[in-house]
Write a protein that binds this ligand. Sequence first.
Ligand code: SF4
Length: 357
Amino acid sequence: MDATFQKNFRKKLLDWYQKHKRDLPWRRSRDPYAIWVSEIMLQQTQVATVIPYYERFLKKFPTIAALARAEEEEVLALWAGLGYYRRAKLLQRGARAVAERHGGRLPDDPEALRELPGIGPYTAGAIASIAFRRPSPLVDGNVVRVLSRVFARKGHAKDARLQKEIWALAADLVDPTQPGDFNQALMELGATLCRVALPSCERCPVQGLCAARRGGEPEAYPESPPPQKTLRLQRAAAVALRGESVLLVKPRAARWFQGLWGLPHEYCAEAPATEAALGECLRSHLGLALLRPQALPATTHAITQHRITTWAWSGEAQGRLKAAGPYEEARFFTKKELAGVALPNFDRKVLAAAKLI
Ligand code: SF4
């Protein structure tokens, strides 16, 4: 890469960042652990949603040692509502690995970071550059968009060839003296000005260096990925009540959300899912029947390319509770207990429709 271009790009981007960066809680910290937590929470989740979760999480688990010692259920309960619970499980496994292998301190080397559970190339680059000032690149969706435009590189965002090119460009560009600020500036530019649609090129600090801007078609980069087929799934779920308490189950093997409590349910081939399919599941695996079941409004939820519709019934549970077949545990939770349980978001929606949360 041309040295003058490199120098100009870094200077313009860093000057702009110093003036325009958003004041975010994790930007006030140099604690590698706090930066790690924020980076994991920010994967797949909006900044505004993350802020209160980040603050609560660090209050409860202020150090790697505190997170490593915690019960998994405590960690998941604090994550409840953020979704993608696998991130929380891996974060805790990572904390335990740091406690065992590195004496409770995160290593500063990106390669050593990548050997920890839940830390991929992006997170390793973020921790190494932001917390330890190592000149490590990072690439996320925002960086792919900005750099594919600046260098007019063809391909769609997930395309392996384009990803490889963008990583190489990011590695060449990263500022050796302020790598953390540089990486955050690139992402900030993508999040605020270099948006997917209608980028604000006229306010962009690197507009004079941008090939896509010169070509007059910035939105053409990166290209749209080939459309993914939507898979529609139907579920029948039970809100089985005993007085004010509601039944939750832990499946032995879940399609999603392994290890979490959730509503008893059955996937169905046909839409709408019927109460009959659910009745058989309740009887044979939980020893229960629903007395005078009331249909709740159907709810929908998206997970990756899946669109899941849940048809739910609520009623008083009759019978002697057992956990068999696909369920390893089953018990009734009071309303107060329910508030502290990590639940899959599609079940949260059903419980909200039943006015239980
Ligand atoms: S000039 Fe426009 S397209 Fe190029 S990086 Fe800036 S905002 Fe993005």
